[in-house]
Design a protein around this ligand. Sequence first.
Ligand code: SF4
Length: 67
Amino acid sequence: MKYKLHVDRDCCIGCSACIAAAPELFELDEEGKSRPVQEIIDESKLESANLAKDSCPGECIKIEKIE
Ligand code: SF4
């Protein structure tokens, strides 16, 4: 199973909570908004991705099952 990570840039306030939760999966870009380090993850990273998603105060992170 693979998953695609999405961050809604308009929603992101750059609080870094997702990065604190999953630094291997998210980073701040040059504008101070979160972006996925890698867009496609496998099942082994899903728990970390969900932690990051749940830590976001604005529900800006989506995890899409792609296969
Ligand atoms: S937790 Fe949400 S608002 Fe904060 S940096 Fe991550 S995506 Fe942006």
